[in-house]
Every structure is written in C-alpha cells, then in structure tokens.
Design a protein around this ligand. Structure first.
Ligand code: SF4
Ligand code: SF4
Length: 176
C-alpha cells in the first residue's frame, strides 16, 4: 500500500493542526490595555503607546518579531490574546504584519486630565477587587482619579487625621 505523506502546499491550501503555535491575535473587544503581554514578550514584539493629549493607548503587536513562544497568552488577564494556528505570515505590506488595538484612557474624575490607565482596565479592577478586604466607598472615591489627585487626597486625609488626633488630645488635656 502506498501512503502519501507529502502535501501539495503551496499549490493547495494546507491547514496546521489546532495545537500548532501560529500567529498571535488580539481580540480588540476583550483587550483592556494592561500591557502584561508587552512586559512578558521576550523579543519585544508587543509595544505600548500612550497619547495623553488624545487620551488613547495603543497596544501594537508586530507579528514579524514574534517567536510564537505563547507567553503573552499565558499572562493576559482577560484572555484577549491567543496564538492561532495560522502560519502564513509573509506579506509585501508592512501593515499586514502589525495589529494595533486602540483603547480610551480614563479621565481623572477630579482634575479632568487623562490618566495612563484605560477605562476598561479600571472598570475590570473595580469589578474584581475583593470587596471583603476593601471599603467599597473609599475605593469608588479613589479609583477614578489620576495618580496626582490620589496623592493629594491621601496627603490631605493624613493631615486631617493627624490634626484630629492632636485636637482630640488637646481637648482631653483641657477637660482632665
Ligand atoms: S508569542 Fe511570544 S514572541 Fe509572540 S507576541 Fe506573544 S510573547 Fe511575544
Ligand atoms: S495582556 Fe491581554 S488585556 Fe493586557 S494588553 Fe495584552 S492583550 Fe490586552
């Protein structure tokens, strides 16, 4: 019996097995723009751009640099990036090697400046942070703020607290 083990690729279309590590793809509906994939990517195939003027964060995946290691898929908290079994990456156009996901940055609810976090990132954090160890009201007050406003409020709260403590001690010493 003669068994054919060669295929007529590229004359005929060939499909890689499901488990084949091919080109990664980011689902723009699921990506929250956290950048975990970028931090984990060994050859820097994923980069991040933040435009604080326009309020946009871009996650840029350059398939041409990707070594198909799968680290991005492992670390993605929202399951947005997955390796596909697509293996044909050749193209004459540079744009075909690059996927860009654009996300809206959160505006600070106090000063109105854009923060470096995306809206989706903060919404997800608000959803998943454990309510039993956090005061929801305090969290709701601070999570929508930029770093500068958070710092200012924390400082003024600390001064308030300190002042109340001294004032309490003073009143007590007068009455005792
Ligand atoms: S598969 Fe590896 S090299 Fe490719 S984008 Fe993901 S982390 Fe980077
Ligand atoms: S780790 Fe996932 S959610 Fe975060 S930026 Fe990368 S693809 Fe988007």
């Amino acid at each position: 019996m003669v068994r054919v083990i060669t295929v007529k690729y590229p004359l005929k279309e060939a499909k890689a097995p499901e488990e084949y590590r091919g080109i990664p793809y980011i689902d723009p509906q699921r990506c929250i723009g956290c950048g975990a994939c970028r931090n984990a990517c060994p050859p820097n195939a994923i980069t991040r751009e933040i435009d604080l003027e326009k309020g946009i964060k871009r996650i840029v995946l350059d398939v041409g640099r990707c070594i198909r290691c799968g680290r991005c898929e492992e670390v993605c908290p929202s399951g947005a990036i997955k390796l596909t079994n697509v293996f044909e990456a050749a193209s004459r156009q540079r744009e075909n090697h690059v996927e860009i996901v654009e996300l809206k940055l959160l505006r600070c609810s106090r000063c109105g400046k854009y923060t470096e976090f995306t809206e989706r990132q903060v919404m997800l954090a608000f959803e998943i942070l454990p309510r039993e160890v956090l005061e929801v009201e305090a969290l709701d007050k601070r999570i929508w703020l930029c770093r500068d406003c958070r710092r200012e409020i924390a400082l003024s709260d600390a001064v308030d607290k300190e002042w109340k403590w001294y004032y309490g001690k003073l009143v007590k010493s007068i009455w005792e």
